[in-house]
Design a protein around this ligand. Structure first.
Ligand SMILES: Cc1ncc(COP(=O)(O)O)c(C=O)c1O
Length: 362
């Protein structure tokens, strides 16, 4: 009944919502540290804007999300025609493989990577070539040496999910300058705001003028705290944006989501607050892991990849009894590792206390 490529696809296993977890497990308090969500919630401006527009939900939204494009164009210093607003970054990833990958074509990603890349390539009957750097740090040569005549797309993720590592400025420039111009480079900057303060972290948008084959992905799901509304965007050359716009669903970004994203853009203080909370929570996690001699990777995002040195199922089972949910590294083939999203002060205390009880009793 179905296309052959569906045999090799697995549905994405998203974490369950807090209300469902509480009900299923009979818990009063749940700390969801498995989806890199923003513990500060959405900006008040965004919430007000959504409540004000509720009366209009009997009408279709603006198909082109023009006001957000205009607003982002000012923030990013590019033309509105270089921006596409999507139903989350996820939609951009799906559309990108749809415009680029014919059966047998190749895309390249460095392991471990955001798992949706593979599904999208496979859905088009393409091949995702997985390459590995010597350490978790990015190496241009690893990507460059994997390019073949069939390569159509390269996934670069900075900060990377799940490791939180970044691609440094000279490394990005090296890749951009050496990849043939007919291969598209997706620079996934879903966690951009958390890394932006780092001096070596390049702003991908700055390289669009010189590289028409570059596309930047960003999202309102993380630092803006709007994951539940689904808004992300692509910034690229007009040529690539035009191709994406041709195939997107007509009303891809709903009315409430558009109102919230537009208002959130006017509230940079909320993003700043989220960045500060993230720094604080990262520091607490680092201090804890250092004191317990637990290996972790220094992160530029709102999560940390940690080696617990024991089967990760032991850790996740123990934490879940205390209402704490993290992502097991098995998702990426790392059986003793886990990814912990940063949370509120309270969530970080709960995580640390629960880890202590696991370590002290084993
Ligand atoms: C690396 C990366 N890219 C893209 C996305 C997609 O984000 P969204 O669809 O919520 O905009 C995520 C979400 O977790 C991510 O981690």
């Amino acid at each position: 009944m179905f296309r052959k490529c569906l045999d090799q696809l697995d549905a994405y296993k998203a974490g369950k919502p807090i209300s469902v977890l509480k009900k299923e497990l009979g818990l009063n308090q749940v700390y969801k540290l498995n989806a890199n969500e923003n513990p500060n919630g959405p900006s008040k401006e965004a919430m007000r804007s959504v409540s004000e527009i509720l009366e209009q939900i009997s009408t279709y939204p603006d198909a082109g999300s023009e006001r957000i494009r205009q607003s982002l164009s000012g923030v990013l210093g590019v033309k509105p025609s270089q921006i596409m607003i999507g139903n989350g970054g996820d939609e951009i990833l799906r559309l990108l493989t749809e415009i680029l990958i014919d059966p047998g074509d190749e895309a390249i990603a460095i392991v471990p990577y955001f798992s949706l890349y593979k599904n999208n390539v496979q859905l088009m009957n393409g091949i995702l070539k997985e390459v590995k750097c010597e350490t978790f740090e990015f190496e241009p040569k690893t990507i460059l040496s994997a390019i073949t005549s069939k390569t159509r797309l390269i996934f670069l993720t900075s900060p990377n999910n799940p490791t939180g590592t970044i691609i440094r400025r000279e490394q990005l420039i090296e890749v951009l300058n050496q990849v043939p111009k007919d291969i598209v480079i997706l620079l996934d900057e879903a966690y951009y705001d958390y890394a932006a303060e780092c001096m070596d972290y390049p702003d991908g948008v700055a390289y669009l003028k010189s590289h028409e084959n570059l596309i930047i992905l960003r999202t309102f799901s993380k630092s803006f705290g709007l994951a539940g509304l689904r808004v992300g965007y692509a910034v690229s050359s007009e040529k690539i944006i035009e191709a994406l716009l041709k195939i997107k669903l007509v009303f891809n970004v709903n009315l409430l989501a558009q109102a919230a994203a537009l208002a959130a853009l006017q509230d940079p203080r909320h993003v700043q607050k989220s960045i500060e909370q993230n720094k604080k929570s990262l520091m607490r996690l680092y201090d804890y892991f250092n004191s317990r001699k637990i290996e972790y990777i220094h992160s530029h995002a709102n999560f940390v990849f940690v080696n617990f040195n024991r089967p990760i199922s032991e850790v996740t089972q123990h934490l879940s009894k205390d209402g704490i949910f993290i992502t097991p590294g098995t998702v990426w083939g790392y059986d003793t590792w886990g990814r912990i999203s940063t949370g509120t002060d309270e969530a970080m205390t709960a995580f640390i206390d629960s880890m202590d009880s696991l370590i002290n009793n084993s």
